[in-house]
Design a protein around this ligand. Structure first.
Ligand code: LR7
Ligand code: MN
Length: 604
C-alpha cells in the first residue's frame, strides 16, 4: 500500500516538497477569497434590488423582439404533431395536481432534473410545459402589470357595456384552459361579465368531455358549446358569437391569463361602434409559465409573405403614446386571438369569413376589413393579458399545414389586397395555384356593400411606414458584378444585423429583391432597411433615421454624408465567384466595388 510519505517522495523531495505545499496552500486561500467576494457581492446587490421580482424583468427580449426590433411570434407553424409515441392513457388523462405556492404571483416554476425528462417527453402534446401547468393552481395570483397612468383611470362601471367572453379550443390542456376561465372570473367585475362561452372545436381528448362539463357546471355564467365537426377557430368563434348575450364580444385564446383591471379599458373603448380593441399581450413562458412583460410599444403588421409580425410603431405613434400612455393607439393589424368588439359592429362588418379553416390569416383579413370598411384596430396598454406563445402548433392540420394556411391566405388576399394580391401571388406560386379554387363571391359582395376603401388607401393612411412596393417605388435587384446582390442573408440569426451581399437569385427570389423608395430607403422584406452603422452597413428596422437614406448618383449609392456604398474585404486572388462580402459606406472612388447595376423587376 502507498503511504502518504511514499506518495510525497514519489512526486517531490526536500525543497521542492516545501514549494509544492506552499503553492497548494496559496491556491486554497485564493479559492476561499473568491467565494467570499462572490457571496459579498450577491448580498449587496440583493439589498440594492428592492423592486418586486417582476419589475426587473422588462421583457423577454429573445422571445419577443430581436435587434432589429421585431420578431416572429405568430409565425407559420410546423403542424401535425400527434404526440409522438405517447400512450392513449397519457394523452387522455388530466394530471392537474397543484403544488401550494407554485407559480404564484406569476413566478416561474422550475422542475427537478427527473421531472424535466418527463416534461420533455410530454412537450409535443401541447407545445408548452404541461407538467409545470399542472402544478400551478388554476386560480393562481398574478401581479398588477399596468403602468401607473393606467391605474389612475376611473371607469363608471354602470355605464360600461357588458361582455361575453368567447374562448375556443381544440385539444387544449385541462389546467391551462381552466386557468384561462378562472382568471376571467376572478378578475372581471360581476357587473361587466355577462357570460363566458367555451367552444370545443371537436377535441378528441377524454378529459375535455364529462370531466370538463362537470367542472364548468360548478361555475356561474360559464357555458360550453361543442362543435360537432372540427372547423377551426373561425367556425368555433362564430358559433360562440351567435350565442352571445353581452353587448361586447371579447375573444381569448384558451391558454391566456388576464390580470387585474383587464376588462374595463377594453369595454370602455369597445363601447363605440367603430373599433376592434386589443389588450396588450404579455408573455406566459412556454417552459416555466412565468408571466413576463412584453415590450411597451408594439404594433402588428405583416411581411411580404403575409406572415404576421410585431413591429416598433412609427415615431409619431410612440410620441403620442408617451404623452398619454393610457390612451389606446392604432395598429395596422391585430395578432388575432385577443380582442374586443361591439357585437353589433362584429356582425355589421360580416363576422368572420366562414370559408377560412383551422388556423391562420383570419387575423389579417379582419384587420384589413376593419380598417378598409370604416372601423379601426387599436391596442390599449392598460389591459394586460398573458398568452402562451408556442413555437410549434401541437394539433393536426387536415391536408397539411401549407394547404390550410395557403387557402386562408388566398381568400384574404383576393378579397382585400387589390394589386398587392398580385404581388403576393407572383412570389408565392403555390398559393397562386389555389387562387381560383376559392369561393369568395359573398366576401367580395360584402366588400362592395359596405363600400370599403382600397388596399392602397390602407397602406397610405393606416400604415404609411410599410415596406411593400408601390407604383412610385422602384423594385428590383441591385447588383455588383454578376453574382453579388444587396440583400438580407437568409437565416441570419434574429433577422437583420451586419449587411453583406447575397447571391442574386431569379426574378421570383424575394431574398435578393429590394424596394427603393423615392426618399432613398432601401427596404427588404420584414421591414428591414439598409443603414450605415459604425464602420459597417447593417439591416435595421426601417425608421426615419438619416442613416437609412441612400441617394442614387449614376451607378453609385451615396449617403447623406457623401460616402458611397462599397463592397469590402473582397479577396481578389480567389478565382471562383463568391458572395457574402460585407457592405459599408466609404469615400467615393472609381473602384468597381462601388458600382451597382439596378435591375428593375416587375412586382406584380
Ligand atoms: O382547429 C383549431 N381549432 C381551435 O379551436 C385550431 C385552433 N383552435 C383554437 C386553439 O385551441 C386556440 O385557443 O384557436 C385558438 C388559437 O390557436 P393557437 O393558440 O394555436 O394560435 P396562435 O396563438 O398561435 O395564433 C394567433 O394567430 C392565429 C391565426 O389563426 C389566431 O388568430 C390566434 O388566435 C392567434 N393568437 C393570438 O393572437 C394570441 C397572441 C399571439 C400573438 C402575437
Ligand atoms: Mn394561442
Amino acid at each position: 500500500m502507498l503511504v502518504r510519505k511514499d506518495f510525497w517522495s514519489l512526486i517531490c523531495r526536500g525543497r521542492k516538497k516545501r514549494i509544492v505545499t506552499l503553492v497548494i496552500v496559496f491556491l486554497f486561500l485564493l479559492n476561499a477569497m473568491f467565494y467570499v467576494s462572490i457571496e459579498l457581492y450577491n448580498s449587496v446587490s440583493k439589498r440594492k434590488n428592492k423592486e418586486p421580482w417582476y419589475d426587473s424583468l422588462h421583457f423577454d427580449k429573445n422571445s419577443y423582439v430581436d435587434e432589429s426590433g421585431m420578431r416572429v411570434i405568430v409565425g407559420h407553424y410546423v403542424g401535425g404533431s400527434k404526440g409522438g409515441n405517447l400512450s392513449d392513457e397519457v394523452i387522455n388523462s388530466n394530471n392537474y395536481a397543484p403544488v401550494p405556492g407554485a407559480g404564484e404571483g406569476g413566478r416561474p416554476v422550475q422542475l427537478s432534473p427527473r421531472e424535466l425528462i418527463t416534461a420533455h417527453e410530454l412537450y409535443s402534446l401541447h407545445s408548452y410545459n404541461i407538467l409545470v401547468s399542472d402544478k400551478i393552481a388554476i386560480n393562481r395570483s398574478l401581479p398588477d402589470m399596468r403602468g401607473e397612468s393606467c391605474k389612475n383611470v376611473v371607469f363608471d362601471l354602470e355605464k360600461l357595456p357588458t361582455a361575453t367572453v368567447i374562448i375556443v379550443f381544440h385539444n387544449e390542456a385541462w389546467s391551462t384552459l381552466m386557468r384561462t376561465v378562472m382568471s376571467v372570473i376572478n378578475r372581471s367585475d360581476e357587473r361587466l361579465l355577462d357570460q363566458i362561452i367555451l367552444v370545443d372545436d371537436a377535441s378528441e381528448r377524454r378529459y375535455l368531455k364529462e370531466e370538463l362539463d362537470e367542472a364548468i357546471a360548478k361555475l356561474d355564467r360559464v357555458q360550453i358549446l361543442r362543435n360537432p365537426t372540427r372547423t377551426g377557430l373561425v367556425g368555433a368563434r362564430l358559433m360562440g358569437a351567435k350565442r352571445a348575450t353581452g353587448d361586447v364580444l371579447v375573444f381569448l385564446d384558451a391558454h391566456c391569463e388576464v390580470t387585474i383591471g383587464w376588462l374595463e379599458p377594453l369595454l370602455d373603448r369597445a363601447g363605440s361602434e367603430d373599433v376592434f380593441i386589443c389588450p396588450h399581450i404579455d408573455l406566459l413562458s412556454e417552459d416555466t409559465l412565468a408571466y413576463t412583460k412584453s415590450i411597451d410599444a408594439h404594433w402588428g403588421a405583416f411581411s411580404w409573405r403575409l406572415h404576421f409580425r410585431w413591429l416598433i410603431p412609427s415615431s409619431s405613434v410612440i410620441k403620442k403614446k408617451l404623452e398619454n400612455p393610457a390612451k389606446p393607439y392604432p395598429t395596422p393589424a391585430m395578432a388575432g386571438g385577443l380582442f374586443a368588439v361591439k357585437k353589433s359592429l362584429f356582425w355589421k362588418l360580416g363576422g368572420y369569413d366562414k370559408g377560412m379553416i383551422i388556423w391562420g390569416a383570419e387575423n389579417l383579413e379582419l384587420s384589413w376589413r376593419a380598417w378598409q370598411c370604416g372601423a379601426r384596430v387599436e391596442i390599449t396598454s392598460c389591459s394586460r393579458v398573458g398568452h402562451i406563445f408556442r413555437r410549434h402548433s401541437p394539433y393536426k392540420y387536415p391536408g397539411g399545414v401549407a394547404k390550410v394556411l395557403n387557402s386562408n391566405l388566398a381568400r384574404a388576399a383576393s378579397v382585400w389586397m387589390d394589386q398587392w394580391a398580385d404581388f403576393f401571388y407572383k412570389f408565392n406560386p403555390s398559393v397562386a395555384e389555389i387562387r381560383d379554387k376559392q369561393e369568395i363571391g359573398d366576401r367580395v359582395d360584402l366588400r362592395s356593400q359596405l363600400n370599403c376603401k382600397s388596399f392602397n388607401w390602407y397602406l397610405k393612411n393606416v400604415w404609411p411606414q410599410h415596406f411593400f412596393p408601390t407604383a412610385d417605388r422602384w423594385f428590383g435587384r441591385i447588383k455588383n458584378g454578376k453574382t453579388n446582390c444587396i440583400g438580407v442573408t437568409p437565416g441570419t440569426p434574429g433577422l437583420g444585423g451586419p449587411a453583406a451581399t447575397v447571391s442574386c437569385g431569379g426574378d421570383l427570389d424575394l431574398d435578393s429583391l429590394l424596394v427603393f423608395t423615392p426618399e432613398g430607403q432601401l427596404m427588404a422584406d420584414e421591414g428591414l432597411c439598409l443603414e450605415q452603422g459604425n464602420g459597417r452597413a447593417v439591416w435595421k428596422s426601417c425608421s426615419d433615421s438619416s442613416k437609412q437614406i441612400w441617394i442614387q448618383k449614376g451607378p453609385r449609392l451615396r449617403t447623406s454624408d457623401g460616402l458611397c456604398l462599397t463592397l469590402i474585404d473582397v479577396d481578389e486572388s480567389k478565382s471562383e465567384v463568391t458572395v457574402g462580402y460585407p457592405l459599408t459606406a466609404m469615400k467615393c472612388t472609381l473602384d468597381t466595388k462601388q458600382i451597382w447595376h439596378f435591375e428593375r423587376v416587375p412586382w406584380r
